[in-house]
Design a protein around this ligand. Structure first.
Ligand SMILES: [Fe+2]
Length: 472
């Protein structure tokens, strides 16, 4: 299916600063940078990489006085520099082994291609993947350092690639994980100097974690998988093939923010990577998530022939559900509620409502018109969704058939009041026309479609996560 091949095209170029042609009118209140991370360079020495193993390229679209200027730059990680210098894959990754079979034996030191996420914090821009975060210069996107969390982040540890700023404290909340028979998880809150202002360490049952969210009194972390460590150490197949998922796997960890024993809550059998938000209400913790009713293997995201070459099976991604879990703090009993009529991924909320009762979420949403090789895989979703958790209903704006919409970022409009008073930004890829556009929506009138579009005369490819850095 040629319409989907653009996801796998190699984009080794950076993008020099370019003012984009704008259709419509960019709202004057929109000032700052729309950031995106996704794979750019997708092969080395002819070896095509799984899209989640490819080298991260940051896109930064600056909005100023109604004009939009785009710059794109690969994250200059040690991995990229080392592999370009040797023109070879030198580190094992999640979906790819090193070419020499036995060099993977006992190798748990995975390379960091830093393609997952990008976020602003305290006037900086940071690019993130589990093995570590890189601090970037906001203008040039050059790497200026690593996030070391006051020395707590050490080799062999993971950090959530999805940290969130708590609007109550303006601190960046994240977890650091050291694997073991029980995982050692340290919750940290960073202040605007990127130093640790609060930390606490706990032991959790071993497992794979991704996102983090919080309420007033709890950090909330979800286990989406377990790792067969012996299979990883044996090294015959890529690490992702050693991920195990069964009815006992999905749990939520509620970790008291001021110390105390974490509570581990079994969830129904869904694979959860991302949270919309969480809050406390009437003696319960309410957590809004995206859950896949089965195991997600990302096997459709191997470029042509690579999955077969490594001998891995192709499994379809189950279509994701939006699920609200309400967990009684007294009994840990879990009630669930699925939102009808929407399948979506890469959720977003107004940052001001994080950790507190709220109404609206936003996400990249599936449509019936999607042209896809894997209907549950969000990278081909062709819509932008707005979800109303109060009414338990959603609306979706659909791009033309064959297009895909990146995860949206929500930008509050300082001239209006209301939780959804603001703009939604999404990169729309149009493979038929061979171009991309940055669409600006009024979040209170999604149905109207984009109020402005900034055009890029090339396809930018898969976008993993986005965020918005307001102008200072
Ligand atoms: Fe993520």
């Amino acid at each position: 299916m040629t319409e989907t091949n653009f996801m796998f095209e190699n984009r080794p170029n950076d993008i020099p600063s370019t003012e984009l042609e704008v259709e419509g009118t960019v709202p004057a209140a929109l000032r700052g940078r729309f950031l995106a991370n996704g794979p750019g360079r997708m092969q080395i020495d002819g070896q095509k990489l799984h899209v989640f193993d490819a080298y991260g390229r940051i896109l930064s679209a600056q909005f100023e006085d109604g004009r939009v200027t785009l710059v794109g730059r690969h994250v200059q990680t040690p991995l990229l520099e080392q592999e370009l210098a040797k023109d070879a894959v030198v580190k094992r990754r999640l979906f790819a082994n090193k070419p020499s079979r036995w060099s993977n034996l006992f190798d748990l030191d995975l390379g960091n291609s830093c393609m997952h996420n990008v976020y602003p914090f305290a006037g900086r821009v940071l690019a993130a993947q589990d093995p570590g975060h890189f601090i970037l210069d906001p203008e040039s996107l050059a790497v200026t350092g690593r996030l070391d969390c006051s020395g707590l982040m050490k080799k062999g540890m993971s950090a959530t690639p999805m940290p969130r700023v708590d609007p109550a404290s303006n601190r960046l909340v994240l977890w650091l994980q050291k694997p073991g028979p029980k995982d050692t998880v340290t919750m940290v809150e960073l202040d605007e100097t990127l130093e640790v202002a609060h930390q606490q360490t706990c032991k959790l049952p071993p497992g794979l974690l991704h996102d983090v969210t919080f309420t007033e009194n709890f950090y909330v972390v979800s286990r989406f998988g377990a790792l067969n460590v012996l299979k990883v150490l044996w090294g015959a197949a890529p690490v992702f093939s050693a991920i195990q998922f069964n009815e006992k796997t999905p749990v939520l960890h509620l970790i008291p923010r001021q110390g105390g024993k974490p509570r581990t809550v079994p969830l129904p059998k869904r694979m959860h990577f991302h949270f919309f938000n969480a809050f406390e209400e009437d003696g319960s913790v309410v957590v809004d998530t995206i859950g896949y009713p089965g195991q997600v293997t990302f096997s459709s995201l191997f470029p042509d022939g690579e999955r077969e070459r490594v001998g891995l099976p192709r499994t379809e991604t189950p279509v994701p559900e939006v699920v609200r879990y309400r967990i009684s703090l007294e009994t840990l009993h879990v009630e669930e509620r699925v939102m009808p009529g929407i399948a979506c991924e890469a959720p977003e909320v107004n940052r001001a409502v994080r950790g507190r009762p709220y109404r609206y979420g936003y996400a990249s949403a599936r449509t019936d018109k999607d042209v896809t090789i894997d209907p549950g895989a969000y990278v081909w979703f062709g819509g932008v969704g707005k979800l109303d958790f109060e009414q338990n209903e959603a609306e979706v704006w659909e791009a033309p058939a064959g297009s895909s919409c990146s995860p949206p970022a929500f930008v509050p409009d300082p001239e209006r009041s209301g939780e959804d008073a603001g703009f939604l930004l999404s990169w729309i890829q149009d493979p038929e026309e061979g171009r991309s556009s940055l669409a600006v929506f009024d979040a209170q009138d999604l149905e109207r479609g984009p109020v402005a579009r900034a055009q890029v005369p090339e396809l930018l490819g898969l976008i993993s996560h986005t965020s918005f850095a307001p102008a200072e």
